[in-house]
Design a binder for this molecule. Structure first.
Ligand SMILES: [Fe+2]
Length: 194
């Protein structure tokens, strides 16, 4: 279930809102031009489903978004804890990549097939932390200052949509605000369980 926390962006951030109520979340995100939609979750996907199987299971929804928004490239990003010796390093490296505030010159559009992650959207003196889970499709407009936290034990599968496939780059703002706002582990540990 989606969970939204809104903070002030000053030196000592205050929590303005914390909610799992879909109407409140929709209203808050509409106010900052961020789109959140909910798709049905495919029940018949095996645990180790391949990228092709995942895209096939959501073909109708993916085709619709591609047709509406003109995306030309769609793929699947997946991180899942395993027992390999290099997992801690891979997990930390993946997390670090987009953990500082940045922008992109394309929309950032993600559909969560399973697992979770938090998008932090920094705009107009506020930080909206959107915890996305299975069934959530989030569209962050291009040039929106944001960061993404997958936590210290990343576990998610997400379909990604792009307008081109020449690599996904972030323009980092140098603003250390992400260090002041509660991270993925903190938010997921403290939110009420419905
Ligand atoms: Fe990003």
């Amino acid at each position: 279930m989606t969970y939204l926390t809104v903070y002030t962006d000053g030196e000592a951030p205050e929590t303005l809102l914390a909610t799992a109520e879909s109407g409140e979340i929709a209203a808050a995100l509409k106010g900052i031009d961020v789109r959140l939609r909910h798709w049905r979750v495919a029940e018949d996907l095996p645990a180790g489903a391949s990228q092709e199987e995942i895209l096939k299971a959501y073909r109708e929804e993916v085709d619709q978004v591609v047709a509406e928004e003109g995306y030309t490239f769609v793929d699947v990003a997946q991180l899942r804890p395993d027992d390999s010796a290099d997992w801690p390093e891979r997990a930390a490296g993946a997390r670090r990549k987009f953990l500082a505030e940045h922008t992109h010159d394309d929309d950032e559009v993600r559909f969560f097939v399973d697992g979770s992650g938090i998008f932090y959207l920094h705009t107009e003196g506020r930080v909206h932390a959107v915890l996305c889970e299975a069934g959530d499709l989030l569209s962050v407009p291009k040039n929106t200052t944001h960061w993404f936290d997958m936590g210290t034990s990343p576990d998610f599968t997400a379909i990604r949509f792009f307008h081109d496939d020449d690599g996904w780059v972030g323009d980092f703002t140098g603003n250390p605000i992400a260090e002041r706002i509660p991270d993925f582990d903190t938010i997921t540990a403290s939110r009420p369980r419905g």
